[in-house]
Design a protein around this ligand. Structure first.
Ligand code: ADP
Ligand code: TYD
Length: 208
C-alpha cells in the first residue's frame, strides 16, 4: 500500500481552503514530512483557459467548461514533470486546494450530478483522495469574507450561486463522500481551532 497521502481541501469561496492548506503544508514541512502543495484550476495552459472563462474573457457553454476542468485535472494528475501521481509515487504527500468535488459543486444544476460524476470518473479511476476536508461555512459568512478580501468577484461568486454551490457540495458528499473519505469541518471557528482539527486528522492519516 502507498504510504504517501493525497489530501484535498474543498469548500465554498472564502471558506479558508487556501489559508488552511498553506498552514498544513508548513506544519508538515516543519515535521520533516515530504509534501507538495498544489491547486485547481492549475497554472498550466489548460488552467489558463479556465481562468479566462472565469474572468469572462472567454465565453463557453457549461459542458465545455465542465470538460475543460476534467482536462485540467487529468493533466494535473498525470503530467510527467509535476503530476500528482508522480509525487505520490516518489513518496511525497500531496495537498490540493480543490479537486473533483469542486466540479460536483460548481457545475450542477447546469449539468446533472450524474453527468459530472461520470465525466470525472476518468480522474477518480486514476486517483481518489485519501481524505477530503470539506470546510463548511454559511453563505452569509462567505459573502462577508469575500467582500472584505476580494477586489473582483468571478463568474461563480454571487450569493445565489454560492448558496447553490454549498447545497451541491452537501448532495455530492451524501452520494460519494464515503468513497473519498470526506470529512465535514466547521469552518466558522478561529483559524487556529479549525486547523487543530485538520492537523489531528492528518496526523492520524499519515501514521495509518
Ligand atoms: P478560500 O481559499 O476558501 O477562498 P481563504 O483561505 O482565501 O479561503 O480565506 C478567505 C478570507 O477569509 C481570507 O481573508 C482569510 O484570511 C479569511 N479566513 C480564513 N479562515 C478564516 C476563519 N476561520 N475565520 C475568519 N476568517 C478566516
Ligand atoms: P478558486 O479556488 O476560488 O481560485 P481563486 O482563489 O484564484 O479565485 O477557484 C476558482 C473558481 O473555479 C471557483 O469559483 C470554483 C471554480 N471551479 C469550478 O467551477 N470547477 C472546478 O472543478 C474547480 C476545481 C473550480
Amino acid at each position: 500500500m502507498r504510504k504517501s497521502k493525497f489530501i484535498v481541501f474543498e469548500g465554498i469561496d472564502g471558506s479558508g481552503k487556501s489559508t488552511l492548506s498553506s498552514m498544513l503544508y508548513n506544519k508538515m514541512n516543519e515535521q520533516s514530512l515530504d509534501v507538495y502543495k498544489t491547486f485547481e484550476p492549475t497554472d498550466s495552459p489548460f488552467g489558463s483557459v479556465i481562468r479566462n472563462i472565469l474572468n469572462k474573457r472567454i465565453v463557453a457553454d457549461e459542458k465545455t467548461i465542465g470538460a475543460m476542468f476534467v482536462a485540467d485535472r487529468l493533466d494535473h494528475l498525470t503530467n510527467n514533470s509535476n503530476g500528482i501521481v508522480k509525487y505520490l509515487d516518489d513518496n511525497t504527500h500531496v495537498i490540493s486546494d480543490r479537486y473533483y468535488y469542486s466540479s460536483y459543486a460548481y457545475h450542477v444544476p447546469h449539468l446533472s450530478l450524474d453527468y459530472v460524476i461520470n465525466a470525472n470518473s476518468v480522474c477518480a479511476d486514476i486517483l481518489r483522495p485519501d481524505i477530503v476536508f470539506f470546510i463548511d461555512i454559511s453563505v452569509e459568512e462567505s459573502m462577508r469574507r469575500m467582500n472584505t478580501s476580494r477586489k473582483f468577484l468571478d463568474l461563480f461568486e454571487n450569493e445565489e450561486r454560492i448558496r447553490t454551490t454549498r447545497q451541491n457540495y452537501y448532495n455530492a458528499i451524501e452520494r460519494e463522500g464515503k468513497k473519498d473519505n470526506v470529512v465535514i469541518i466547521n469552518g466558522e471557528r478561529t483559524v487556529e481551532e479549525v486547523f487543530e482539527e485538520i492537523w489531528e486528522k492528518t496526523t492520524a492519516l499519515v501514521e495509518s
